[in-house]
Write a protein that binds this ligand. Structure first.
Ligand code: ADP
Ligand code: ASP
Ligand code: MG
Length: 417
């Protein structure tokens, strides 16, 4: 019996399969890896902006009312199925045996609601059989099956999660996330030109960065990688260049620095104005939101004056359309004077294990924003993160200024080793 070959799980994002030329480049890369003796499972995203275009179509045909969540998922999942089939036929035409599988065919089951599914488990029998038959397996990302037969998508950026979950289920030797940048940077390189690529980033720091808006990895993918100890390599499909490895960072104690910045411009701030200040009010606001599956993030309640208080929280703008009528209902039921929704805010975060137990970082962050004349609307912290809500138009300047203050363009002592 020959030795088992090395299995690569690769993921190609939307821009990496965004055109005929880009698909040809991916085909060449996979064929090269096959020729080098690797087994390959490739998870693909929909081509280019297909998901956004399908969402726009859904909203057009429903004339402004919210599309049925089930049908919207049925529609969105086709984007990834298309690119998977195209990639497979291009490989076959080039003489590399391949097969495309939908999420369901690949044995990916999901739980949770439409549009926000979470991978519950993978039965990779079919994938293994195809690999054993010598084929490259192309899996449509971003989708699974819930309740036995319902196509459910995994949230924006969900193909990352499909790939990491498959890598874990198959015990893959490597999980490579191919994208349109060289790896994970100290900040979004499109927003901060001086951002520096990191060679290694720990799961914990990457999880915070992703959760606070660093689009390069979906949060759930990092979480699954961490739990299953899958080392994830993020790298460019456009050029040959070493990427960034996301893994347990054994040097984390030595870094003592802010590792990176993240910004999320897809948030909205909701304020219930003049809420009667009595026990049970917070429950009356947040219970119905949680029952409707609307995620709430930062929560601030002001000091009470004259028996009333303002209650503010942030939520994702994507959830806002569904949340609006419910928020108005809640406002009326608790007797708040007004409901204010500000859709032009952004979350800006500094992240780093070095922040732990070091009050100096908060003072420097707030001082930097003050010097830049940027007003802080809300603040929240975790052990390794400080986040400020600022006006959306201030976010680019905030990132630049924070990148300078924390000297992120310069490698830390450990990186330089
Ligand atoms: P894909 O389609 O390959 O999944 P995404 O657009 O989801 O690609 O993610 C890649 C993008 O993430 C980059 O083009 C970059 O602008 C953005 N990004 C945000 N924060 C970071 C970061 N810290 N490091 C690298 N890229 C980042
Ligand atoms: N196509 C989906 C999206 O645009 C999933 C992904 O790209 O990962 O969010
Ligand atoms: Mg992505």
């Amino acid at each position: 019996m020959s030795a088992p070959s090395t299995l690569l799980v690769q993921k190609y994002g939307g821009s990496s399969v965004g055109s005929v030329e880009r698909i040809a480049a991916v085909v060449a890369r996979i064929a090269r890896d096959r020729a080098a003796g690797f087994d390959v499972v490739a998870v693909v995203s929909a081509m280019g902006d297909t998901t956004d275009e399908l969402l726009a179509l859904a909203s057009s045909v429903t004339g402004g009312t919210l599309p049925s969540a089930r049908e919207q998922d049925a529609l969105l999942a086709t984007g990834e199925i298309q690119s998977a089939a195209l990639l497979a036929m291009a490989l076959i035409a080039r003489g590399t045996d391949a097969v495309s599988l939908s999420g369901a065919q690949a044995g990916i089951s999901a739980d949770g609601t439409f549009g926000k599914g979470r991978i519950a488990g993978i039965e990779p029998k079919r994938v293994r059989a195809e690999l054993d038959a010598g084929r490259v397996v192309i899996v449509a990302g971003f989708q699974g099956v819930s309740d036995g037969s319902e196509t459910t998508t995994l949230g924006r950026g969900g193909s990352d999660t499909s790939a990491v979950a498959l890598a874990a289920a198959l015990g893959a030797d490597r999980c490579q996330i191919f994208t349109d940048v060289r790896g994970v940077y100290t900040a979004d390189p499109r927003a901060v030109p001086a951002a520096r690529q990191l060679a290694v980033v720990g799961y914990e720091e990457m999880l915070e960065l992703a959760n606070q808006g660093a689009q390069v990895m979906q949060t759930r993918a990092v979480e699954l990688g961490w739990v299953n100890n899958v080392a994830i390599e993020v790298l460019s499909s456009f050029e040959e260049h070493p990427g960034t490895v996301i893994k347990e960072d054994t040097q984390v104690e030595k870094r003592n620095k802010v590792r990176g910045l993240a910004a999320d411009t897809k948030v909205a701030k909701v304020t219930m104005v003049a809420v009667p200040d009595r026990p049970g009010i917070a429950r009356s606001v947040f219970d119905p939101l949680s029952a409707a599956n609307i995620n709430v993030d930062m929560i601030v309640q002001n000091v009470s004056h004259d028996g009333t208080t303002d209650l503010s929280f942030t939520t994702s703008r994507v959830d806002l359309d569904a949340a609006r009528p419910l928020l108005e209902e809640i406002r009326a039921s608790i007797g708040a004077r007004a409901l204010e929704i500000d859709e032009r805010v952004a979350k800006v975060s500094i992240v780093g294990a070095g922040i732990q137990n070091a009050p100096g970082y908060a003072a420097r962050m707030f001082g930097t924003l003050a010097d830049a004349k940027i007003n802080i609307q809300m603040i929240s912290t975790s052990e390794i993160r400080i986040t400020c809500i600022v006006s959306e138009s201030d976010a680019p300047r905030a990132l630049q200024a924070l990148h300078d203050t924390f000297d992120l363009a310069t490698p830390d002592a450990v990186d330089a080793e």
